[in-house]
Design a binder for this molecule. Structure first.
Ligand code: GLA
Length: 397
């Protein structure tokens, strides 16, 4: 019922946009006054004019990628963020599965600062904001209690990237993170390429690359908050989740890994058989108490073939939208929206609320710079950081 009224409201909004803007083709420029794409039915893309601003001596804008199936993604170069991601549901209605704001101002001023962002220089936590590399101790900003989280006070998601639209379905974004930014060593040149394709599935691929002029640590990820029934459409606790992980990294009460890899078997962390996200969330389990729900890194089972490894699948219980996450990374953070509290105005007049979105952040394990037994996150001068993650969307009826 809720979904239907959302869909019909969105249809009207989309129809109004069509009348107001005419039929819009994507250009190699940022989307502007006449470049807002109005999908055939369902959710609409945000107004690109509300993303024009100037910061850090650069212009911010909204870029639209689309594929032949009429799926589209809106990305802003403020934090290289996914603002909207429109894919068809089981009835063919375009559904916006990514939470976001409808203007650049809200990305800067609203309390939730990670919607859709590329997170860096180090995604997730570094204990006490300190690490040693080649005998030198580095001190980072502490912005999560005593710990460093998601790159610090002003991470990669809060800077303006340089954007270059390579074609209708590809956007390249680059950012130079200066030596000592947030305390990290080395000038780090980062490049993120988003590609929306549509052959066997509607797929959003993110390719990450980086080089440095001094040894540093690096862990890039994307922090999109997903709701596969449509952003702002209620709880994600009935979404069906599969995680390709026999083990996870338990944490202390500040969400820093203990260093152990523990089996998920017999715990609420076992998603080897698809299960509703919320089916065991109230279990009497210390790890769930520490995370206030799920907020943990899963150790992905080794890749059996060449290419990207299947890390997770999620199915929207109402929409039938089925998302597969494939990655080259060894871990994935499953965050179930435990800190969401209704304080953020989403696109289309919607609101977030407790556990109304989830994040699947592909990554190296949290606090790796302080855990020699975890896969290394060091990048050396002359070396190249290269990793990819893909989100594929189909439907299950
Ligand atoms: C990550 C963290 C969470 C939380 C969210 C953002 O997923 O692990 O604890 O900080 O980001 O709110």
């Amino acid at each position: 019922m809720k979904m239907r009224s959302f869909a019909s409201f969105s249809c009207i909004a989309a129809a109004c946009l069509l009348v107001a803007c005419g039929n819009n083709a994507t250009t190699d420029k940022p989307a502007g006054d006449s470049a807002t794409i109005a999908p055939a039915a369902g959710a609409a893309l945000p107004d690109a004019n509300l993303f024009k601003d100037s910061m850090e001596s650069k212009m911010t804008a909204l870029y639209i990628l689309k594929n032949k199936n009429n799926a589209s993604v809106a990305i802003t170069n403020y934090g290289a963020r996914v603002v909207s991601l429109l894919v068809p549901d089981k009835n063919g209605t375009l559904t916006d599965v990514a939470l976001g704001y409808d203007s650049i101002g809200k990305y800067i001023h609203q309390p939730e600062t990670y919607f859709g962002a590329i997170v860096g220089r180090y995604g997730n936590r570094i204990a006490k904001g300190k690490f040693k590399l080649n005998g030198i101790e580095y001190k980072l900003a502490t912005n999560n209690g005593a710990n460093h989280l998601h790159g610090g006070l002003k991470g990669f998601g809060a800077h303006v990237w340089d954007a270059k639209k390579l074609n209708d379905s590809t956007l390249e974004l680059t950012y130079l993170s200066q030596d000592q930014e947030e305390g990290y060593p080395g000038n780090l040149q980062a490049k993120v390429t988003y590609t929306l394709s549509g052959d066997s599935a509607n797929s959003l691929k993110i390719d990450y690359e980086a080089t440095t002029d001094k040894a540093t640590v690096l862990n890039l990820t994307n922090h999109t908050y997903f709701n596969l029934n449509g952003q702002g459409s209620g709880t994600i606790n009935n979404h069906l989740l599969f995680l390709n992980a026999d083990r996870y990294t338990p944490v202390d009460s500040t969400l820093i890994p203990t260093g152990k890899l523990e089996p998920v078997a017999g715990t609420p962390f076992d998603f080897l058989q698809p299960a509703a996200v919320g089916s065991r969330i109230d279990a009497n389990n210390e790890q769930l108490k520490f995370g206030k729900g799920y907020d943990h890194n899963f150790v992905l089972n080794a890749n059996k073939g060449a290419g990207l490894n299947l890390a997770a699948t999620v199915q929207g219980d109402q929409s039938g939208i089925f998302m597969e996450v494939l990655t080259m990374e060894p871990g994935i953070q499953f965050y179930g929206g435990n800190f969401m509290n209704g304080g953020n105005p989403l696109k289309g007049g919607k609101k977030d609320d407790h556990r109304t979105a989830f994040c699947l952040e592909t990554q190296h394990y949290p606090d790796s710079p302080n855990e020699p037994s975890f896969p290394s996150t060091e990048l050396k001068p002359g070396g190249k950081y290269k990793t990819s993650t893909e989100y594929r969307f189909t439907v299950k009826k």
